[in-house]
Design a protein around this ligand. Structure first.
Ligand code: NAD
Length: 379
């Protein structure tokens, strides 16, 4: 279905909406300005809590509030300090208390305006507030557009590891406006590109090649706000969302093929946790993908040359390949055991068979790997 926003005839051609279970995803430059009408259609409510971090709130909050007000919606902005360090139960509790104090009731909708931290946190607030109110995801980083806002996972980090407390809560609507990426710092853009590379590796070799060839244009200094860059960005977001949507549609709660999305994330999460979040999520995932490709080749499940292609894409994206030297391989291995992806204490990896296809279909897409091999690769 085409977008339902009323002045469609005067608006630029709308992207077809991508449906993921109950969620509709709109990817369109300028979509932020028509957000109010879209939200009113997809998630009618008495009140709207726009949850954002302070950085995004300062950059894009006023526009979002204006668009909601134009559509006749009653909305308030609740902001918290930016950064992974704030994706905690404490922030979740603080936001929930602020909503309760402000008199939000069951007939409320949460609008998550920001990157993956905001999406996960605000999504978890929505999942639990009054036993659950709808959430609209408005991702503002590339990573959130192609990954975090899609699929319904919400949650917070704990000292024991990332995302260990949370809930599945599918958004009523996802609105991605590639124009907001013009304000995104370059390291954050590259961090999102890591997930786009991952989507290519797990599902679609041609998409992988498209991402690699788009890199020079996307990363050229000063290119971020050019129309051509925004169109390239849109194409990339659409391609990635289609891949993720396809995987999630086949397996909403991660019993099977959804586990392929964890490529690069088992070691990536361990490295990210060990860095105390000094590494960006996508940077840690890039290192994780380089290491896990190597693991796949050494375990004999990946075609020869897979690692080289993955490493080449990561390098071209300006992302790191090596784990921080001070991190201890044994400590990283121990961290992978606390990861949600371990089953009965055995860590199973999502490993590529080649670029564009994953290994382990018969084993439920998880490949058990000897600790010795993991240590060898980490060393
Ligand atoms: P983030 O939300 O911390 O955003 C990165 C930084 O960019 C922040 O400082 C933010 O304020 C700033 N920012 C956001 N949008 C901006 C914009 N348009 N212009 C300028 N600055 C902007 O981090 P992220 O990389 O978007 O997301 C990482 C998080 O997402 C992690 O916590 C990860 O666990 C989570 N995640 C979740 C899923 C999922 O399925 N739920 C998937 C992948 C990642």
């Amino acid at each position: 279905a085409e977008g339902r926003e009323p002045r469609a005839e005067s608006a630029p051609r709308l992207m077809p909406e991508i449906a993921i279970g109950p969620s509709r995803v709109t990817i369109e430059p300028g979509a932020l300005d028509t957000l109010g009408a879209r939200v009113r259609d997809a998630a009618a409510a008495h009140r709207y809590a726009v949850i954002s971090d302070e950085t995004v709130a300062a950059l894009h909050g006023a526009r979002v509030l204006a668009s909601l007000a134009d559509a006749g919606l009653r909305a308030e902005l609740l902001a918290f300090p930016a950064g992974e360090a704030h994706k905690t139960r404490e922030t979740w509790g603080g936001l929930t208390d602020r909503m309760l104090a402000a008199g939000f009731g069951r007939d409320s909708v949460v609008v998550a305006l920001g990157g993956g931290v905001v999406g996960d946190l605000a999504g978890f607030v929505a999942a639990t507030f009054m036993r659950g109110v709808p959430v609209v995801q408005v991702p503002t980083t590339l990573l959130a557009m192609i990954d975090a806002a899609i699929g319904g996972k919400t949650g917070v980090d704990t000292p024991a590891g990332k995302n260990l407390v949370g809930a599945f809560h599918q958004p009523a609507l996802v609105v991605a406006d590639p124009r907001v990426l013009a304000t995104l710092p370059a390291p954050q853009l590259r961090s999102g590109i890591a997930e786009a590379i991952k989507h290519g590796v797990i599902a679609d070799e041609r998409y992988f090649e498209r991402v690699v060839s788009a890199l020079p244009a996307l990363l050229a200094p000063g290119a971020a706000s050019a129309d051509a860059t925004i169109e390239t960005m849109k194409a990339l977001v659409v391609g990635s969302v289609e891949i993720k949507a396809g995987v999630v549609a086949r397996d909403e709660r991660e019993g099977g093929v959804r586990r392929t999305l964890n490529f690069g994330h088992t070691l990536g999460h361990a490295i990210e946790t060990a860095s105390r979040y000094r590494l960006l999520h996508g940077e840690a995932v890039a290192i994780g993908m380089a290491l896990e490709s190597e693991l796949a080749e050494r375990a004999g499940v990946a075609e020869c040359g897979t690692t080289e292609r993955v490493r080449d894409a990561i390098t071209r994206a300006g992302l790191p390949l090596e784990r921080p030297a001070e991190q201890d391989p044994h400590a990283l291995l121990a961290l992978t055991r606390g990861d949600k992806k371990s089953r009965r204490g055995i860590v199973e990896y999502a490993l590529p068979r080649r670029v564009g296809a994953m290994a382990g279909e018969r084993e439920g897409w998880g490949v058990a790997v000897d600790d010795a091999l993991v240590l060898e690769v980490l060393a």
